[in-house]
Design a protein around this ligand. Structure first.
Ligand code: ZN
Length: 352
């Protein structure tokens, strides 16, 4: 009888067999000083077959919270009993990562350039490499993001929740809130989904910062999705389902000035509630910032210096629902004192 061919996964020209763990460097355009650059990938394959999940971060080069989520995930001893394959890409946009910026050196946004082309712009070529080497070798994906510079996001999943597979991944992740969004924007999420690889996007924290609670929620979320897919042993206890939002809106600055914020991330606000005020530097005049509709604060600016028209708060409308406690989420994710590894904590305080 002919021997069954081995299940070989080829990424970046390297073969990875079941039961193997490999670090792979996928070369991309070097710097103009001819220093070589490569996207680092770790492939972890269980002995037993199963889904192939990619987890990537820093598609926007300054969104680094996910880099730490992946670093911790790869150290997690649960991976010793993995079924299927985990493909981890901590830094997709290495050019932006080096320069602390969202974009690539050609000024493009990688997450608006998918699927890219091998003969296109530098950004388009990176997108093309990612589609061919990573997405084509995956069955599911998780894309880790943060708010932009000076903007924090409350932990949330963005996904096409009308798709039952994606909804299942979203509910399994365990973030407190999920936004139903279908995109036609050249994002990785859109292009991978069109190729039959459902992707959910985890947003949390701020660019160029770590947040301990949101990092823990992210690592736990990826592990929860792996349990849901049968890549890790399932647990009996199910997560509380996320609040689902079909619509979000921005509250913009009615005037230029110095902003004081009156509500934290995750706060529930009512229609007409004063959620901040803007004053001139001498304090002679103060203008209220008002939420026109009810919802949950899922994003806010951290920079108190604002121009008229600046987006200050991002608010998610949520329909009728059960009571939902922000404190419950924080308590569940906060490390017990004896669990804190000083190496894992950034100098930034845990966000309030
Ligand atoms: Zn992003």
């Amino acid at each position: 009888m002919a021997k069954k061919p081995k299940d070989i996964l080829v990424i970046g020209g390297e073969e990875v067999l079941p039961g193997e763990r490999a670090n792979i460097e996928i070369p991309v355009a070097p710097t103009y000083t001819h220093d070589t650059l490569a996207i680092s990938v770790q492939v972890v394959r269980g002995e037993k077959p199963g889904p192939k999940l990619f987890v990537c971060a820093a598609i926007h080069g300054d969104e680094i919270n996910g880099v730490e989520i992946i670093r911790r995930l790869l150290k997690n001893p649960l991976l010793d009993r993995l079924k299927g394959t985990l493909i981890a890409i901590p830094i997709v946009n290495i050019y932006g990562f080096i320069h602390h910026t969202r974009y690539l050196p050609d000024g493009r946004d990688l997450n608006r350039t998918f699927p890219g082309s091998p003969r296109g712009s530098l950004t388009g070529r990176i997108a093309d490499v990612f589609m061919k080497e990573i997405v084509a070798n995956s069955t599911h994906g998780i894309d880790l993001h943060t708010g932009a510079r000076h903007r924090s996001n409350f932990p949330q999943i963005r996904a096409d929740l009308d798709d039952p597979v994606t909804l299942g991944l979203t509910e399994a992740f365990g973030a407190p809130l999920a936004i139903n969004s279908k995109t036609r924007d050249g994002s990785l999420r859109q292009c991978a989904s069109e190729q039959g690889v459902p992707v959910i996007l985890y947003e949390s924290c701020e660019a160029l910062r770590f947040d301990e609670i949101y990092i823990r929620a992210g690592e736990m979320g990826v592990i929860n999705v792996m349990r849901h897919l049968g890549m890790l042993r399932r647990r009996r206890a199910k997560n509380k389902p996320p609040l689902i939002s079909q619509h979000t809106f921005w509250v913009r600055a009615p005037e230029s000035g110095v902003l004081r914020v009156l509500v934290p991330l995750g706060a529930e606000v009512s229609s007409g509630q004063i959620i901040g005020f803007i004053a001139d530097p001498l304090g002679t005049r103060e203008v209220d910032v008002v939420a026109e509709h009810p919802g949950i604060v899922i994003g806010r600016t951290n920079l108190p210096l604002v121009y008229e028209g600046d987006a200050l708060f991002h608010i998610a409308s949520v329909g009728a629902r059960e009571t939902w406690e922000l404190d419950e989420f924080r308590e569940a994710m906060a490390p017990a004192a004896e669990e804190i590894d000083p190496e894992d904590l950034s100098s930034a305080p845990i966000a309030g």
